[in-house]
Design a protein around this ligand. Structure first.
Ligand SMILES: Nc1nc2c(c(=O)[nH]1)N[C@H]1C(S)=C(S)[C@@H](COP(=O)(O)O)O[C@H]1N2
Ligand SMILES: [Mo]
Length: 321
């Protein structure tokens, strides 16, 4: 634990942004217009309060601040993969407001001495929240640079004391059939499931993510709690997690189950090993979509080789893709 103290919180930071914005607009309107026009502004504010994302305080990480232009918040929250809400990039933004994020519990079980269940408040208070800027690289060939908020997953995992049999960690996303139109599709064996080797899960880069862009996670980005594993393809970063299970055998992820020829367990970003449908040599940075924007070269381990290459020493990464 550090001795970092949270700055005093201003009211603008604990009020959902849209509410204080529209409240400010209402005050401006009230000053300028008739009372009738002003009262009409209230229902709008009330509606916004349910969907708005509240500010979340975090200290900038000393170690993990990528010096690259950030993707705009608008792009990062409107171009998403969250198949529970549909296959198109704009489906998550359109439909994920239905996701029920409160109450939320995350249960940690399996090969552990003491299984535990956390609510959101417990998760937020478990360790100091940090802002970390990470690259996110989707296997489809695009990437973003996002300021995430959270703390190393290891801080959470240590609480339950893994047994000697724990070799892998499995992550299971929420299933809310009444709220997730995508669950009716059979492309994926629901619930969305991912996995990491124990040392990958305990690596300090692996982020238990509770927010982004200074706010709590928007639903379309995996509210209220997701994973961010920046040296692996984006699909390893499971959204809206409800269960973490320590296991002895290598888990079979949803993607491995549905298309075993295309998806392996490791899924490290590797420009030298192409996916059957997509070369992984280059990537398109979201927001740089002009005809003249040069494609970027994809970096081994998405640029995190210095931190993680040693985890794979002696492994054939063509076989273990
Ligand atoms: N539960 C769940 N998690 C998921 C997905 C999903 O469909 N369902 N999509 C994955 C994929 S393919 C990517 S690229 C990232 C996208 O994260 P973002 O929308 O926050 O950029 O989330 C990953 N996590
Ligand atoms: Mo992805």
């Amino acid at each position: 634990m550090s001795s970092y103290r949270y700055p005093r919180i201003r009211s603008s930071e604990i009020t959902p942004e849209e509410v204080w914005k529209s409240r400010r607009q209402w005050m401006i309107a009230a000053g300028a217009a008739t009372l009738g026009a002003a009262t009409q502004a209230w229902p709008v504010a009330a509606r916004a309060s349910t969907a708005a994302t509240a500010a979340l305080q975090a200290r900038p990480s000393a170690q993990y601040m990528l010096m690259e232009a950030k993707t705009s918040e608008k792009d990062a929250t409107s171009y998403n993969n969250f198949y529970e809400f549909g296959m198109d990039k704009d489906d998550p933004k359109r439909y994920a407001d239905k996701l029920r994020t409160s109450p939320w519990t995350l249960t940690i079980e399996g090969e552990v001495v003491s299984p535990m269940t956390f609510d959101l408040d417990g998760l937020r208070k478990l360790a100091p929240l940090e802002e970390r800027i990470y690259r996110l690289r989707c296997v489809e060939g695009w990437s973003m640079v996002i300021p995430w908020i959270g703390y190393s997953l290891s801080a959470l995992l240590k609480q339950v004391q893994p047994t000697g049999n724990a070799k892998y960690v499995e992550f299971i996303s929420a299933m809310q059939p009444e709220n997730m139109p995508g669950l009716r599709g059979s492309s994926i064996d629901w619930p969305y499931t991912e996995g990491l080797r124990l040392d990958e899960a305990m690596h300090p880069l692996t982020l238990l993510t509770l927010g982004m862009y200074g706010k709590v996670l928007p639903n379309q980005n995996g509210a209220p709690v997701r994973l961010t594993v920046p040296w692996k393809y984006g699909f390893k970063s499971a959204k809206s997690i409800v269960k973490i299970r320590f296991v002895e055998k290598q888990p079979v992820s949803s993607w491995m189950k549905s298309i075993p020829s295309e998806y392996g367990f490791y899924s490290n970003v590797n420009p030298e090993v192409s996916h059957p449908r997509w070369s992984q040599a280059t990537e398109r940075r979201i927001g740089e979509d002009s005809l003249f924007a040069p494609k970027r070269k994809t970096l081994m381990f998405n640029g995190y080789g210095q931190e993680v290459a040693s985890l794979y020493q002696g492994m054939d990464l063509r076989k273990n893709f």
